[in-house]
Design a protein around this ligand. Sequence first.
Ligand code: SF4
Length: 444
Amino acid sequence: MALSGLDIYKLLAKTNCKACGFPTCLAFAMQLAQKKISLDRCPYVSDEARAILESAAQPPMKLVTIGTGDGALKVGNETVMFRHEQKFVNPAGIGFLLEDALPPRTIDEALAKIATLECERVGQRLRPDLIALRNASDDAGKFSALARAAAGRSALNLLLISDSIAALKSALETVRARRPLIMSCAARTPVAHFSLAKEEGLPVVVSGTSLEEVASLASQAKALGVDEMVIALAGGSIVSRIQDFTLAKRSALKRNLRALGYPFIAFTDSADPLLELEEAVSYVARYANIIIMKNYERDVVLPLLVVRQDIYADPQKPVQVEPRVYEIGKVDERSPVLVTTNFSITYFTVAGEVESSKVPSYIISCDAEGMSVLTAWAAEKFTAETITASLGKSGIADRVAHRRLIIPGYVAVLSGKLEELSGWQVSVGPREASGIPSLLKGWK
Ligand code: SF4
């Protein structure tokens, strides 16, 4: 839990010696509480005070990394209960369960299907993050073969689930370099799994049937030297799991309960695809950091990816596209020029309608700090002056032989001044983007 300036002040030497560059210890403490300076600037901090201050500076929920490189899944490091307080930091990982007892052909088909689960929304690429491999056969050879197939056919991160340390070690021979998360199938994680995680330097799932049990096991694993852990709650209903995730997150964030300060993993119970989607959405919202699903059909997974994108978007910073000129279709010097704001949803709605009109066009997205048209206009970020500046910066005048500009119907009021400032002839487009195709079809 973050310490206040006064809490920090009580731990300092209180001599006001100014060696830190601040006139008083209190001034130094206030700056430290706001994380504007480092503790090292005071040479008179006792070892005891340093230990307390450094511990308080740790994030209340541990960051856990599964995998390596750009595609690694990072979960945890969250600092708030609600996204409107600040934002959620690391999007929940979404994965799918595969068992080694399945026929090889079914495994092949599943991996092929999982590889197609991607889509683009408001300029962002959405994809799942991991595949969970369960040693249901109790055969180390089969488990190892499944790990080899998954690693060879998919770049997604891996979760290896087995009660057998020998089977896990055998699979690790193939996928160790992928830095998988390891887990036992048991309701209570055996100590042997913590020892393996420590030996291999891998993250491990700590399973228990209650928060008290996982807290005790996490402390035990920590004492053994395991650093990265993910918490799982075995048994219980969907509701009780969500209640426990909420209680655990609150305990970690608000009461600084380190033993529960780890990301949570949830496995879906529902067999019906739509019920499973509902369940997974509930876990994304409250507060699982990894969700493992049985189903990998597009119509179940893609909506879940979209929900995750929305929940993990920064509520104080709208999703934006780069302010510049965009070409839709094979444009030429006679193509129409439309202007809109750089709010992603606005831009992609306009772009979609222009595309469906089949009239090659230019779209200039003006820098309106990611606001939609009416909001930006009301905030004076989308005005005759800013549009004129965007026209100039875009270089569009060199790319078209005409000087006709289409503006959104909601800002028709800007027409006169915009014509005056830019020298372009302004046409007022429809208020809703759905009217764009009929407007462009009449373009000459
Ligand atoms: Fe206080 Fe340390 Fe700064 Fe001296 S150097 S004023 S003891 S905080």
